[in-house]
Design a protein around this ligand. Structure first.
Ligand code: SF4
Length: 431
């Protein structure tokens, strides 16, 4: 590895510890684009519709990623940009208006419509912001119309959710000035996991809790200087910034993975709301104990095993923290598409110093490092898993970590199992 590939430690001054060295890569990427987020967002937001303004490639991506929806009345679709549009022979805005009018007439239950930009819509510079404004005014009172980009030029994988949630922030009503502090849970979680957290907040005594994204359009929470933001996902940098722009304050915490991550996350919220520590401990203890017992099952299989993450979902740093501190794994390299130091600070400080942290991707160089490191397990995208398996390296599909419920106490054991399973499979195949 070349020394000049590392960024220089920042001069933090005042005796503060120097920033951790990060290997920055700027080369070819192997990551899904932000359109993929529609797969989980349309399930979460029950009266929303996602209209991708894109090409047949975008349509194929969504159809194969969310193929199951073919059996239901889908809540996403593609307005296909044809050659005529690309050649500037058609008025794309007129055509888009026609598609949206037809859609809303046919599906009156839609309350939120997202116009989702793609690579082709960006290439022809189709202004979806203007289109959303124009169509929003036309259908005001019936449906909220917003836009964001899921294009592969601008976004990777989970950044699609970030862009979607950030587009909702300006639509959030302003909270009443001087109102009591309100907790805002931010990040799309499976309903069952969200409900578990909401029950824990209620038991802690945090009464006012909003959720972004809300399940329905009329549940969009208010925001203002009394809002305290607790992120459930580490990839929501733009959303966090937009909320801070509306006066909200972010609660610093590690992300809620495993027994200790979830404990620290809940305690950070409890502290912010002045909850008595003894009471917080008594609410948290049963779930924490259950999670620790569930993790114990997997410790033997995982402790001492070396793991590398290729950049994919931005969940990599918090997951590496979980695997290292709660299961004794040894993260060799933790690659992430973007490293938002502020958001993952509490996790990053617990990732062992010996772990190489890399940001961005240069896929060939990254694969060379994996081959040289020969970790016991490599977490990577679908396209890289098979070639690595063929070389005798065990892999885990990173996408499973996004599509599976993995947050919180009750899911801690399942999260560990996701990493233990490929190692077990490897051992069985060896036999
Ligand atoms: Fe491909 Fe771009 Fe469409 Fe994503 S948005 S499917 S990267 S063409």
């Amino acid at each position: 590895m070349k020394a000049d590939a590392f960024s220089l430690p920042a001069d933090t001054g005042c005796g503060a510890p120097p920033e951790r060295e990060v290997l920055r890569e700027r080369g070819q990427r192997e990551v899904f684009c932000g359109l993929t987020g529609i797969v989980w967002l349309h399930r979460k937001m029950q009266d929303a519709f996602f209209l991708v303004v894109g090409s047949r490639t975008c349509a194929h991506l969504l159809q194969s990623a969310a193929g199951v929806m073919i059996f239901a009345e889908p809540r996403f679709a593609n307005a296909i940009i044809e050659e005529r549009d690309l050649a500037g022979m058609a008025d794309c805005h007129e055509e888009l208006d026609r598609v949206v009018d037809r859609l809303l007439a046919r599906r009156p239950e839609i309350r939120q419509l997202f116009l989702v930009g793609s690579c082709p819509s960006e290439v022809i510079k189709l202004d979806l912001g203007k289109a959303a404004e124009r169509l929003g005014a036309k259908h005001a009172g019936q449906v909220r119309i917003l836009n964001y980009s899921g294009s592969g030029i601008e976004t990777t994988f989970t950044e699609g959710e970030d862009a979607c949630l950030a587009s909702l922030v300006p639509a959030m009503p302003a909270s009443v000035p001087d109102a009591a502090p309100q907790l805002l849970l931010v990040g799309s979680l499976p309903d069952i996991v969200e409900d578990q957290f909401l029950r824990l907040f209620a038991q802690l005594g945090i009464e006012q809790v909003g959720v972004l994204p809300a399940r329905t359009a009329d549940g969009l929470p208010a925001v203002g200087s009394n809002t305290r933001v607790l992120l459930a996902q580490p990839f929501l940098g733009e959303t966090a910034q937009a909320l801070e722009g509306r006066g909200a304050q972010r609660i610093e915490a590690p992300f809620p993975f495993g027994a200790e991550g979830t404990t620290a996350w809940l305690k950070a919220a409890a502290r912010t709301f002045g909850i008595d520590e003894m009471h917080a401990n008594s609410v948290i203890a049963p779930g924490r104990e259950r999670a620790k017992r569930a993790l114990e099952h997997h410790r033997e299989a995982l402790a001492g095993k070396r793991i590398s993450f290729l950049p994919d979902s931005q969940l990599e740093v918090p997951l590496a923290r979980f695997l290292a501190t709660e299961l004794g794994m040894e993260p060799v390299e933790v690659g992430t598409p973007y490293l938002n130091r502020k958001l993952v600070a509490r996790d990053l400080e617990q990732v062992p110093e010996s772990t190489r942290i890399s940001e961005g991707q240069d896929v060939d160089r990254q694969l060379d490092r994996v081959r040289a490191d020969r970790p016991d397990l490599t977490v990577c995208g679908l396209g890289l898993a098979n070639p690595l398996e063929a070389e005798g390296l065990s892999t885990k599909w990173a996408i499973e970590l996004v599509f599976s419920p993995i947050h919180g106490f009750e899911q801690a054991g399942d999260l560990a199992e996701l990493f233990a399973r490929p190692l077990r499979r490897r051992d069985v195949l060896k036999v």
